[in-house]
Structures are given as C-alpha cells and as structure tokens.
Write a protein that binds this ligand. Structure first.
Ligand code: ADP
Ligand code: ASP
Ligand code: MG
Length: 443
C-alpha cells in the first residue's frame, strides 16, 4: 500500500481534482489518498475566524458567502451527472451549515476556531470521494478524526494512530482508494485540532509510518525539492535524491515544500518519501530515503525567518562549568527549542524561533548571567549535503560566497549534513542568491 498526499493547489481547481482521479487510478497499487483543503480555503477560514474573534460578524458573514459561492461553482464544474452534483451540494450544504452555526455562536474561542479551520479538509475529501464514486471508482472515506491524535505537547500519538488505523483498515480490504483528511486531528480533550500550517504532509508521513507503507508520495506544484528556495532565487533546479537526514534539515530550516516534521515518521519506519509534481507527473521529482547514490557534496539550501538571537555571558567568568546546563534549563522550562548555538569560554549565543516567552526567559537568565540585547528579525540559512569530517575546503567555499554579507553566527560540525549561518533577514535574499551562484554549477 502507498500513501499519496495532494496539496492545496493540486485539488484547488475542478480540472486538477479530475486529474487526481486519473493519477491515483493509473495503476493497481492500493492507496491511502491524503488531501489538503482547496487552495485558499484554509486562509479564508482563518480570516473568517479572525473576524469572529474580533466580534466582526458582518465581515465574517460576507467572507463566508464568498467562500460558499466558490464551492458552489466548483461543484458545477466537477460533477458530470445530476446525482453526483446533488451529492456534492448536500456535502457543501451540511458543512457550510456547520460553519454558519459556528459564526452564530455568542462565544467564539480557539476551540471553535480549530473546528472552523478543519472544514477545509472536511470539504475537499468529501467532495473528492463523491466525485470518485460518481466516476465508478472503488473508494471509501476514512475520517482522520477517528484515528489521528496528538498528546498534551502537540506531539502525534504514534502507537495509538497505528492501532486505530490498523483496526479501521481491516474493515476496508475490498477498497482500492482510501481517502482521508490531511492536517486535522484530535487533541487529548477529544476536540478537533490540527498539525499546524502545511500539516497535511505530516499526516501523510504519519500514516505511511503507521502502516509501514511501501512509499509515501507528496504531490505538489513543483518538480521536487529544489536546491534553493525557488520563490526567492532565480536559478534553482530539482535535487533527485536526498537522505532522510538531509531532507529533514531542509524541511526544518524552511523548505516550504515539506512540513518541518514530515520526515520523522517516515525515517523511523524506513519508508521512502517521493516528491512529485501534479502538473508534470512524468517528471522524476525527488526521492528521500536512507541511502543515496552519493551525488553532489552540497545539495541544497533553505532559510528560516523570524529567528531571535540571544547572547548570554557568564557573570562568573572563568571555568564556568555548569553554565550551559543552567542556560538550557531555562529554555526547557519554557518549552522553547533552541536551533543554533555558539560558545566561547564565558559566553553562549543561541537562536530561537518561538519568542512567545522571550521576556520570561530573559528575566530568568539575568538571575545568573548578563544578557546583551537580543537580535530580532534574523534568518538561519541552512546548507545541506555530505560534509564528512575528513573533507576539507567546504567552509571556505561557503564563506567565500557570502564574504560581502555580515554573518552573526556559524554552526559547523554538529552534523555531517548541515552547516548553518545566521544573518539579518535584510540580507537573506542576497545571501541565498550569492550561495546559489557560489556553490552550484549550472549547465
Ligand atoms: P502544497 O499546497 O502542495 O502543500 P506548498 O505551497 O506547501 O504546496 O509547497 C510547495 C511550494 O514550496 C512550492 O511551490 C515552492 O514555492 C515552495 N518551496 C520552497 N522551498 C522549496 C524548495 N527548496 N524546493 C521546492 N519547493 C520549495
Ligand atoms: N490546509 C492546511 C494549510 O493550508 C494544511 C495543508 O495544506 O497542508 O495549512
Ligand atoms: Mg504544503
């Protein structure tokens, strides 16, 4: 069995949804098909939620009407029979009825907002399943809310997911295509929750891991993982093969094509992940697995924004053992992951991307250390490849490429696959371009 995930743009237009039917039925492999919301829907639902949170009911209703009209039009172009169209209309009527009931509530909290944003995936999957049925395909919808769950730390409950999904699948052995929602899940209170923006990739990987799928395919609007951010850099190209470790670094450090956690469940079970382009299905895309055939030393670059750098100096100066532990205890207390670290004898600089508790962290650090002013609006640029310890000359190549750009921090040597630089976000685009020109050769 394989898991195929289609993102928002891949289901965003009726003709695209029709082509997904062609893709998933082109061979005999049984598939779990994970769908995102139609492109734009999640943003629209979040905007409606924001208006409701602010008490702007009229604005929320206007946006709701516009979104509904979009779905009504979508249905008329997708279905070709009256029966199919009626089925589609019934789905939209039911889900928009629920959205309206949320909009009419006196109190609108995070709980309702999570139900609101889940509607995108609930709509897309039901509409697609109805369309597949209309076309006579062997299909069933597996509600993700029955098996996908997270714990109190927002971490997916791998064992539970595996067990519940296993049970559900036992009853569906006669079905060829099993459709489910990406992104959405239940939290420990049993409420509707989600895996954060872009979370459908993560759903696909969690499912792929849970069933130890033959392969996980992430279908999107580009022909695989590019060597650099194609939204910023002009000359980028697809990377054909990546190790799990390399892809995980790229996803974590900002390659939007994958949700930051996508690789973890797949790597755990050794399930290959293939990135494919819905617009060009014949293109080879990128395969991510535990071994690759070698290839280039430097494979790809990604960048992560909204980073804050914190500079901590020990007040005890020399021989400050135990100092790092005390520093990291503070970050642990506030559940704030640290991305980059550099140290000297008496100082340590760290970066964080979640600055929600920055003030409290600063207050606690000041009890035993001096703090320099934080640097906000920083970007981590992550260079990924095979940087084996006995190889010489890679650092100079990188630094030579960005010699005209001020570098705040450098992290080298922690992993054989990652070299990171911290730059002010003002310099990010220029740094990405410069690294692209300096580190890759173009035909
Ligand atoms: P989907 O809606 O299918 O999940 P996303 O928009 O989340 O699609 O991800 C695909 C987009 O990721 C591409 O259109 C591209 O602009 C962006 N992207 C950013 N970095 C990379 C990269 N290194 N390689 C490929 N795509 C990237
Ligand atoms: N629809 C969700 C989002 O836009 C999840 C996803 O597309 O992966 O973030
Ligand atoms: Mg995405």
């Amino acid at each position: 069995m394989q898991v195929w995930k289609f993102g928002g743009t891949s289901v965003g237009k009726p003709e695209r949804m029709k082509s997904i039917r062609d893709l998933v039925t082109a061979n005999d492999t049984r598939k779990i098909v994970v769908l995102s919301a139609l492109s734009g829907s999640t943003n629209a639902l979040l905007a409606i939620g924001e208006a409701l949170t602010k008490g702007e009911k009229v604005a929320a209703k206007e946006q709701l009407v516009a979104l509904r009209a979009h779905y009504d039009q979508f249905l008329t172009e997708l279905f070709s029979t009256e029966e199919g169209l009626n089925e589609g209309k019934a789905i939209v009527e039911k889900e928009f009825g629920f959205i309206e009931s949320l909009a009419n509530l006196k109190i609108y909290t995070t709980k309702q907002d999570k139900q609101m944003v889940a509607e995108g995936e609930l709509l897309s999957t039901q509409i697609f399943t109805a369309y597949m049925k209309e076309q006579g395909e062997s299909v069933v919808l597996l509600p993700a809310l029955e098996f996908m769950s997270i714990d109190a730390d927002n971490e997916p409950e791998l064992a539970k997911i595996e067990e519940k999904l296993g049970q559900i699948l036992k009853g569906q052995s006669d079905k060829q295509i099993l459709v489910t929602q990406g992104f959405i899940c239940r939290n420990p209170r049993g409420e509707v929750d989600n895996l954060k923006r872009g979370g459908s990739d993560y759903t696909a990987s969690l499912i792929g891991g849970a069933i130890t799928a033959e392969e996980i395919q992430i279908w999107t609007d580009i022909d695989g993982m590019h060597n650099n951010d194609p939204r910023i850099v002009s000359r980028t190209f697809p990377v054909r093969e990546l190790l799990f470790e390399e892809a995980a670094e790229l996803a974590y450090f900002g390659a939007k094509i994958l949700h930051p956690s996508t690789i973890t469940p797949a790597k755990l079970k050794g399930v290959p992940v293939r990135l494919k382009n819905t617009m060009a299905p014949e293109a080879p895309g990128t395969v991510i697995k535990s071994e690759t055939s070698g290839g280039a030393e430097i494979k790809a670059i990604a960048a992560k924004d909204n980073i804050t750098a914190i500079y901590v100096h020990s007040t005890r100066m020399l021989n400050a053992y135990g100092f790092l532990r005390k520093v990291f205890d503070v970050f642990e207390k506030y559940k704030t992951p640290v991305d980059m670290i550099t140290t000297s004898e008496v100082s340590v600089a760290v970066t964080i991307d979640n600055s929600e508790n920055l003030d409290k962290i600063g207050e606690e650090l000041r009890q035993f250390a001096d703090l320099e002013e934080h640097d906000k609006d920083q970007s981590i640029i992550c260079i990924v490849g095979n940087f084996l310890a006995d190889k010489a000359g890679i650092a100079i190549k990188i630094l030579e490429a960005v010699k005209h750009i001020p570098i705040r921090m450098i992290s080298y040597g922690a992993s054989e696959h990652n070299i990171s630089l911290l730059v002010d976000t003002r310099h990010k685009n220029e740094a990405l371009e410069a690294l692209n020109e300096g580190l890759f050769t173009f035909e």
